[in-house]
Unconditional design. Sequence first.
Length: 296
Amino acid sequence: MTTIRFGYRELEFPSQDIGELRDSNDLLGDVTALHQRMAEDGYLFLRGLIARDTVLEARHVIFEHMDAQNALTPDTPLLEGVMPKGGRRVPMMGRDGIAHHPAVLPVIESPALFDFFAGYFAEPALTFQYKWLRAVGNEAYTGAHMDFVYMGQGSSRLHTVWIPFGDIPVEQGTLAMCVGSHSMESFARVRQTYGQMDVDRDQIEGWFTKDPMEIVEKYGGQWLTSNFEAGDVMIFGMHTMHASTTNLTNRYRLSCDVRFQPANDPVDQRWSAEAVGHYNSGPMRPISEARAEWNV
Ligand SMILES: O=C(O)CCC(=O)C(=O)O
């Protein structure tokens, strides 16, 4: 067992508080079974879907890019991605830049992902030009949220794919899924209120909470995560609550989240080739205030 941090809590992994994800590799090729599993779990965890060497090559290129911008500690092994004291932000999200490097695109636009989704949707898939490439440093984490609030203005069949660049243990900040949040009756009001909002249109903060354990204490469900390996991917829909564990190491956690949808469905214009991303730069209404109003 390992001691990890999840929001404000120190927890053991794996434990009853946060257990181990189940992988769906045995279902690959059986689209009906994959849909059933998605309906049941709210996610599909696929180990080794992308070639490990391709992912490790991309990791190398991204850390070279960060190093060139003095964002890594000098005289430390490049591939360890050691964060300097206080950290240093390198913007890597967007429609161009390092995420679109010829060594990175074969990971985040991998033919294995297009093939998977073409089978899953039973029609060709597209992916957004916008990429959410992240180097998450010491003490940083992502609060619990549903992706609909950030990208719900297009296809109802939009899916997120979270891809770690390297072997990422839970104490370095891995994605955690709240199983049941997408389907349980106890979460219905959360899905109908918080789960229908849009951070730009409604000008509300996107994270439901910075304390993910609060959710299971109130609504049930079960948090799960795993030690990820280069090549693994996590796929989920827009109403599965998720968060990340805290990076307790001094090494950057590199990962990218990308989106796939049926090519003929409407596209959320914030994330297409021409768009500029979120358009609300004004003050956001605190989520605590909105939650009090929604009574969730
Ligand atoms: O990588 C993270 O910390 C958050 C990723 C995320 O929220 C997502 O993939 O939707």
